[in-house]
Design a protein around this ligand. Structure first.
Ligand code: UDX
Length: 433
């Protein structure tokens, strides 16, 4: 089968490489010629574990192509997957459809033979109808179906989630599209392939992410409760997570959620509801509480600084471990808040130094290692859950600090061990403050 994927970002690139790995002929299209040139040379343009090797292998096999020539790639395709960005509108925060509408306007004239056009980007409910109308107006004789094929890839784990999806949701009423998709997903024997109508599929994506965002807010609220009650959030999370109706995942208290999905999708869902005169208080509260959480975390660090304009070492800038992505990163938002009151900040992140610099510029200093950031500091703030931060030789690192204070916003470090080393350790939700 020939697949064309438009957009080579965090969704399009792992998906394209993944389909090539499964033996499909894949054309990845992007209008960024520089990015395409890099990919053609086998240079990955984003960090995802395992992506570089898989990209190289499939370029060598001749199954994977990168091009800026959208017409050519569309003419080849049995399926065209739309994986372009749908960022929040800067003012209204609704999902901005300019890029996906431009993509379908570009591709419509070049459809040849029956083609399935699949929206993988997260789009407001009803967008499939809108895109279908745009294409039919441009090319009335084209033979195609527009389907919803939402992605559920977690950044940092995109290839894992591509090859081992818990479910594949397909929004279509077309029997022909259904047959083609069933053929495409034959290798995914252990995944549930679920066919629903297009609007249900578009809604599932938002409802899924909004629920996870609410669940994260809930555990952070319980962490606050634990700080007053004297309980330990790690133990409480373990205890409630054993109830299969709650489940143990997404119960890790932290500085709030970030990334390019939850913040965008919750706001977009609330916007859609408001257009229909509907309130979504749970989603709206999750949005507001999550935004406030980074401010609260920054205030905690500032309150624990032992001296004026303390030297703060920040460990982690990406929105979570496993990725270089700093879009709506809680760590970056906390650093920005700290900078309102403190100017001596040195940060280290294993993957996100470059992406963070585009956001923070020279307002902070960037270390080459965690140890270098820690040296000479008055306080360390752990903001991203990179496992390597727990592997630091904290006994040695502590000796290089002016004051041995740690604010662990991810409860990443072993509290008892760190306190035994003589640190003043502050986790979140770890009992009475
Ligand atoms: C999410 C959804 O999980 C994925 O299904 C969807 O397709 C895209 O959006 P992603 O945004 O990549 O994926 O990250 P995810 O792993 O879900 O984490 C989101 C945020 O929540 C991160 O900032 C992470 O640090 C935080 N988080 C996650 C917690 O604070 N605690 C947790 O227990 C889990």
């Amino acid at each position: 089968m020939k697949i064309t994927i438009i957009g080579t970002g965090y969704v399009g690139l792992p998906s394209g490489v993944g389909f090539a790995e499964l033996g499909q002929e894949v054309y990845c299209v992007d209008n960024n010629a520089q990015k395409i040139a890099m990919l053609q040379k086998g240079e990955v343009t984003l960090f995802e574990d395992g992506l570089a090797d898989m990209l190289e292998r499939n370029l060598a096999s001749g199954k994977l192509h990168f091009t800026t020539d959208l017409p050519f790639a569309v003419k080849q395709a049995d399926i065209v997957i739309l994986a372009v960005g749908t960022p929040p509108h800067p003012v209204t925060k609704e999902a901005d459809l300019q890029y996906i509408e431009a993509a379908v306007k570009d591709l419509a004239p070049h459809l040849s033979g029956y083609t399935v056009v699949a929206t993988k980007s997260t789009v407001p409910v009803g967008t499939g109808d809108k895109l279908e109308k745009i294409m039919r107006d441009i090319n009335p004789s084209a033979d195609f179906d527009v389907i919803s094929l939402p992605e559920f890839l977690r950044e940092g784990f995109a290839l894992h989630d591509f090859f081992y999806p818990e479910r594949i949701i397909v929004g279509t009423d077309s029997e022909r599209a259904r047959k083609l998709i069933q053929q495409l997903y034959l290798p995914f024997k252990n995944s549930r392939l679920v066919f629903v109508n297009r609007k249900s599929s578009e809604t599932i994506k938002y409802a899924s992410n909004a629920f996870l965002a609410i669940k994260l807010n809930y555990i952070n609220e319980i962490a606050n409760f634990c700080e007053k009650s004297g309980a330990d959030i790690e133990e409480v999370a373990l205890g409630i997570g054993l109830d299969s109706r709650i489940g143990s995942k997404f119960l890790k208290a932290g500085p709030g959620y970030g990334g390019s999905c939850f913040p965008k999708d919750t706001v977009a869902m609330s916007y859609m509801a408001r257009q229909w005169g509907l309130k979504m208080p749970l989603v709206d509260t999750a949005i507001a509480e999550n935004d406030q959480r980074q401010i609260d975390m920054a205030q905690r660090v500032l309150a624990l600084c032992p001296v004026a304009n303390a030297k703060i070492a920040v460990l982690g800038l990406a929105f979570k471990n496993g990725t270089d992505d700093c879009r709506t990163s809680p760590a970056v938002k906390i650093v920005s808040e700290l900078l309102q009151h403190n100017t001596d900040i040195t940060a280290y992140d294993p993957q996100a130094m470059q992406t963070a610099q585009t956001l923070l510029g020279d307002k902070i200093k960037y270390a080459d290692s965690a140890e270098q950031a820690i040296a000479g500091s008055d306080i360390v703030a752990v903001l991203t859950e990179w496992p390597e931060f727990a592997d630091i030789n904290w006994e040695k690192a502590g000796q290089t600090m002016k004051h041995k204070i740690i604010v662990d916003c991810r409860n990443l470090l072993p509290m008892a061990e760190i306190e035994r080393l003589g640190f003043e350790y502050h986790g979140i939700g770890r009992g009475k403050k």
